[in-house]
Design a protein around this ligand. Structure first.
Ligand SMILES: [Zn+2]
Ligand SMILES: [Zn+2]
Length: 337
């Protein structure tokens, strides 16, 4: 039985020094808000960075932004969505500012983010390491078809949608030579996206086991040479520099892995000028990317072993353990709250 306003749910509260799993009251739902019961949450690497102190975040807060759940209650004006299995965007945007108006809602002037809001603020239940999450109006919600298992759907809202936004930023990759740098969850997903689109995909990663995983998703190990498109998910300065110098004339470099301040990459502008090169960045994504991500997972649920990328789930009470170490050889840990 799911709780109503005033009833109790259970959430893992990151305090800055540890994770305190506790019973917390369910708030009264506001206009167009949804209460979602989490079925399965996957653990994105950025949460490992937060817990390790490498990524700033509000304390206390409920972490977690990749999950699949079921809508169990809806506020006024939310429509008849109770009972639907869904994923949702990491961003909650206002829909009214200049950036939202220009189609970049992920860069809203008053952006709030799933799993990134103060626990003692207006959106306490913002994260997925909890039995229930509240989704405010402004979060994009996408229904998950019955043919897509929870373990395949859960990473959609960060890994799949971000990888898809990065691949789309590269333009049409059909018949093109694509270099994917970094074979974590995003890199492997981008490999599959590019392979499905008809690209010749080479994958670079210092970890041979990860390259072996990417080979099961349509890529081959990189052996050097020119490429038309390079996608960086590693965030490594050395890799970004190499990506740039591997581009053939008219090539395009998409940067998605550099998400913390780091050292500069030396760039000789002449290389960019003579090569007609394009360098672009992608951070988060739009609701339409999440819809296309779910459609992609639906098309390929039987083609690629998505389920093997996610480790067997731990209980919510054990989430602290999953947040302290990588899930290797799996690319994602998971939690069933
Ligand atoms: Zn993430
Ligand atoms: Zn806005």
């Amino acid at each position: 039985m799911d709780p109503v306003a005033g009833g109790l749910t259970r959430a893992a509260v990151w305090t800055g020094t540890g994770v305190d799993v506790r019973d917390v009251p369910v708030p009264r739902l506001g206009d167009r808000e949804l209460l979602v019961r989490i079925r399965l949450a996957t653990v994105c690497g950025s949460d490992l960075h937060t817990v390790a102190g490498r990524r700033p975040g509000p304390q206390p807060s409920v972490l977690g932004h990749e999950a699949v759940g079921e809508v169990v209650a809806a506020g006024p004006g939310a429509g008849t969505v109770v009972g639907t299995r869904v994923v949702w965007t990491v961003t909650a945007s206002c829909g009214a500012c200049d950036r939202c108006g220009s189609g970049r809602t992920a860069k809203c002037r008053t952006l709030r983010k799933v799993g990134h809001e103060p626990f003692d603020g207006a959106w306490g239940l913002s994260g997925t390491y909890a039995r229930h999450i509240v989704l405010p109006a402004g979060v994009g919600v996408v229904r998950v078809p019955d043919t897509v298992p929870d373990v395949v759907a859960a990473p959609a809202a960060c890994a799949t949608a971000t990888a898809l936004a990065a691949v789309e930023a590269a333009g049409d990759v059909a018949g093109r030579r694509v270099l994917v740098c970094g074979a974590g969850m995003l890199g492997v997903t981008a490999t599959a996206l590019c392979a499905e689109a008809g690209a010749d995909v080479r994958v670079a990663d210092p970890d041979a086991e990860r390259i072996a995983v990417a080979e099961r998703f349509g890529g081959v190990g990189d052996e050097g040479g020119s490429v038309d498109v390079a996608l960086d998910f590693s965030g490594s300065v050395a890799a970004v520099g190499e990506c740039l110098h591997r581009l053939d004339v008219g090539g395009r470099l998409v940067l998605a892995g550099s998400v913390t301040p780091g050292p500069s990459v030396p760039v000789d502008p002449e290389v960019v000028v003579r090569g007609w090169l394009t360098v672009t960045g992608v951070h988060n994504y739009e609701p339409a990317h999440l819809r296309r991500a779910v459609a992609f997972l639906t098309r390929t649920a039987g083609t690629y072993p998505w389920d093997e990328l996610v480790a067997a789930p731990v209980r919510l009470d054990d989430v602290a353990h999953a947040l302290r170490r990588p899930a290797a050889p799996a690319l994602r840990a998971s939690v069933v709250p």
